[in-house]
Design a protein around this ligand. Structure first.
Ligand code: NAP
Length: 302
């Protein structure tokens, strides 16, 4: 089988040797052509899909696929699979835990106090005193929710359909989740329904002094509403990994805001060592005519 690697963002040297080692009979190419049956893509070069008449699968090298879904060049008739990478899931759970613990143990405040040489112990809370609301209980959200639960936090989760995640209270009522949560973690896909969901109407439902962690997409956040909620004291801190646009412009107020922690879209990176076996398994599924894993529901937008 001929497999195309098409990306302006991912380094083929990180992927092709590992893929070729596991699929020695298949031919990996970097130029589109009529024999290509599977395209591995992440920010594919313009024109990629014009020369792929026999494509059976578009396999994203990333977990989020909103750019591919918005690209009219990606043929709607060809199945699109997103990557569900165990290494990326583990990395995201570590990031979420790190931010929740940083907030829960007041480390963000102690860093500010250190800068002022101020010795001021703050009251201690138990993990069970905190309720973490996870928005999106999918591959990433469900794993993070379980890890938070294992650390003793109360965890509530919001998804389109009720989910069965052990120890996690699942709800489809966003207002109910927000009213209960002293920390919210956004792990939603970016769709028409979730764009701008972190807005003043929703942020104002959180208890005073809450914390917001956005590790999904910049488009979920209404920036001016977040700044207003931070400045009014409604929110005590925000951990932001994703922005619109990226990179975050140097003059942006988030860089210097005392209540904002900025990271450069690194909450979870694709890890070729753990994702290559998943891609290989999907190519094998195409070969035997089976349904690939991680198929995107185009009507739902994720
Ligand atoms: P996923 O498995 O598709 O899960 C999405 C979850 O969101 C599901 O629980 C889904 O509900 C829920 N959801 C979707 N639309 C909703 C709506 N309108 N109302 C309520 N719930 C809704 O996605 P994932 O793999 O966990 O990834 C989530 C996102 O994380 C990706 O789309 C990507 O943007 C982002 N991400 C960020 C990074 C980073 O480094 N910052 C890395 C990887 C991914 P159902 O369960 O009912 O379908």
């Amino acid at each position: 089988m001929k497999v195309l690697f098409a990306s302006t963002s991912e380094d083929p040297d990180h992927w092709l040797p590992g893929l070729q080692a596991l699929l020695s009979e298949d031919e990996f190419v970097q130029e589109p052509g009529p024999d290509v049956e599977v395209a591995l893509v992440a920010n594919p070069p313009p024109g990629t899909f014009e020369r792929l008449p026999n494509l059976k699968l578009v396999q994203s090298l990333w977990m989020g696929v909103e750019k591919l879904l918005a690209d009219p060049a990606v043929p709607a008739s060809v199945p699109l699979a997103r990557l569900i990478d165990p290494g990326m899931v583990a990395a995201m759970t570590e990031t979420v835990l790190a931010h929740v613990l940083d907030w829960h143990r007041h480390h963000f405040r102690y860093r500010a106090q250190q800068a002022e040489r101020r010795w001021r112990p703050l009251p201690q809370f138990l993990a069970g005193d905190r309720t973490v609301g996870v928005l999106g209980l999918g591959a990433l959200g469900a794993d993070a929710a379980q890890a938070l639960r294992a650390h003793g936090f109360r965890v509530v989760g919001w998804s389109r359909r009720k989910k069965n995640v052990v120890g996690v209270e699942s709800s489809t009522d966003l207002s109910e989740i927000l009213r209960k949560s002293s920390v919210i973690v956004c792990l939603l896909p970016l769709t028409e329904q979730t764009m701008g969901i972190l807005n003043s109407e929703h942020l104002n439902l959180l208890p005073d002094g809450s914390c917001v962690i956005n590790v999904a997409r910049g488009g979920h956040m209404v920036e001016k509403d977040l700044l207003a909620a931070l400045d009014s004291g409604k929110l005590s801190h925000a951990y932001l990994d994703v922005f619109e646009p990226e990179p975050l412009p140097p003059e942006h107020p988030f860089w210097t805001h005392p209540k904002v922690t900025v990271t450069p879209h690194i909450a979870a990176l694709t890890e070729p060592r753990t994702s290559i076996p998943k891609i290989v398994a999907n190519i094998e599924r195409v070969r035997r005519g089976a349904k690939p894993e991680g198929l995107v529901d185009r009507s739902a937008g994720y």
